[in-house]
Design a protein around this ligand. Structure first.
Ligand code: ATP
Ligand code: MG
Length: 388
């Protein structure tokens, strides 16, 4: 069947009652910005239960982009017609179903405009009867090759056979904003994707330790973020100089506490920066059990430095499942490029799996970390990564 309209459905979002209008506006805004380069090729119409994109002509690229925009449950490629007369509609439907592949069909009418003079069952019967008389197609109500949908609305009749699953989740920013701790590894880009899909607008923070870590890491992060602009088309990356802090940690720490203290400093920095840019949550790629710093006791000692909500979308994920998502979102090949990160440059013999907060505090008393942290925030560099 031809199509001239895309019907966008919200799914989970429609359960949100009075916030719904705000959500629809956010989704519409997000669709418009993702389809910027096609802005002259379609018109967007907002309705209370869905969004229409009225197209000048069929466009596969638009469909491919829509599949990746958070906040859409499904969408249908529909042919909208102004026909109101049932006899005319019969012939029009017949003409369209002949273009479909298959031997069996089922008519499925929804009469949303109750002023239409026939009810759904009557319309189904009349249209199906006409098709049976004029083609070799058979009816199969259980497992049809062609599910022929007819939606009768006050602004026209919409015909469609194809419904495509969307990404789900919520539209960009509908749930709020979060500062994502982005390393060069596999996990954090996947965590970032899950946040964006859930309607959280993210900005990213990276702790860089030059000259121990090379500038190639920054290029790597930019490449990762370029891929992630599929889901949020503009992402801020804050690069915080971390070298001095790290050196001080290694000068003053007890054996085994280096990673714990380092991560406490990362959380402190993330909170400081987040406050400065008016973001009120932090997220990262921590996954329980993956490394020494990701035991519950470790998280307790690390988390104690902040009252900020820390969101860990991957906390219960197995690595194989994380890798699968990273392949799906095209970040895997970038993430596995070899690099030194700030956790691997000072090898630690035996990182503590059950660090004590009292010991952390004893170590932290030995140097003026507050000044160093503030200095790092002052010298933070910012990059903005945009979709192509
Ligand atoms: P990843 O694969 O994301 O690097 P990981 O398994 O290597 O994660 P860790 O190195 O313990 O785990 O880091 C846990 C999380 O801490 C990362 O997912 C990331 O969110 C954050 N993180 C680690 N290093 C950095 C860094 N240099 N800059 C910003 N965030 C970082
Ligand atoms: Mg890492």
């Amino acid at each position: 069947m031809d199509y001239n309209t895309i019907i966008v459905r919200f799914g989970e979002m429609s359960t949100k009652g009075k916030n719904k209008k705000d959500f629809i506006n956010k989704l519409a805004g997000s669709i418009l910005s993702h389809l910027k380069k096609f802005e002259d090729d379609f018109e967007l119409v907002k309705r209370h239960d869905h969004i229409y994109l009225n197209l000048k002509e069929e466009n596969q690229e638009i469909i491919d982009i829509l599949k990746e925009v958070p906040g859409m449950y499904s969408f249908s490629l529909a042919l909208k017609t102004d026909i109101t007369d049932l006899d005319e509609l019969k012939d029009f439907v017949l003409e369209q179903i002949k273009k479909e592949d298959g031997q069996t069909f089922k008519m499925k009418t929804r009469r949303i405009d109750k002023s239409f003079p026939y009810n759904s069952d009557e319309i189904n019967r009349i249209l199906a009867g006409h098709i049976l008389k004029n083609t070799s197609l058979k009816v199969d109500v259980h497992n049809p090759d062609i599910m022929f949908n007819v939606e009768i609305r006050d602004d026209g009749i919409y015909l469609f056979t194809q419904t495509i699953k969307g990404l789900g989740g919520y539209p960009k920013g509908a749930i709020g904003r979060s500062l994502m701790m982005l390393s060069g590894g596999i996990d954090s880009p996947v965590a970032a994707y899950l946040m964006m899909k859930r309607g959280i607008e993210i900005s990213c923070i990276h702790f860089a330790s030059p000259p121990y870590t090379s500038s190639a890491v920054i290029l790597k992060l930019q490449d990762i973020l370029k891929e992630l602009t599929t889901f949020q088309n503009k992402i801020h990356l804050y690069i915080v100089p971390f070298t001095k802090i790290q050196e001080e940690i290694y000068n003053h720490s007890f054996q085994g506490y280096e990673v714990t203290i380092m991560r406490r400093m990362m959380y402190r920095l993330a909170e400081k920066l987040a406050r400065k840019v008016h973001i009120y949550s932090i997220c990262n790629g921590e996954s329980l059990g993956q490394v020494a710093s990701q035991t519950i006791e470790s998280l307790y000692a690390i988390n104690a430095v902040t009252n900020y909500p820390i969101i860990r979308p991957l906390s219960t994920f197995d690595k194989v499942d994380i890798i699968k998502i990273s392949k799906d979102i095209n970040t895997y090949d970038i993430s596995i490029r070899p690099y030194e990160d700030c956790c691997t440059i000072f090898p630690i013999k035996k990182p503590k799996t059950a660090p004590k907060i009292e010991d952390c505090l004893k170590i932290e008393e030995r140097f003026d970390y507050e000044t160093l942290l503030n200095e790092a925030i002052e010298n933070t560099e910012i990059k903005i990564i945009k979709a192509e």
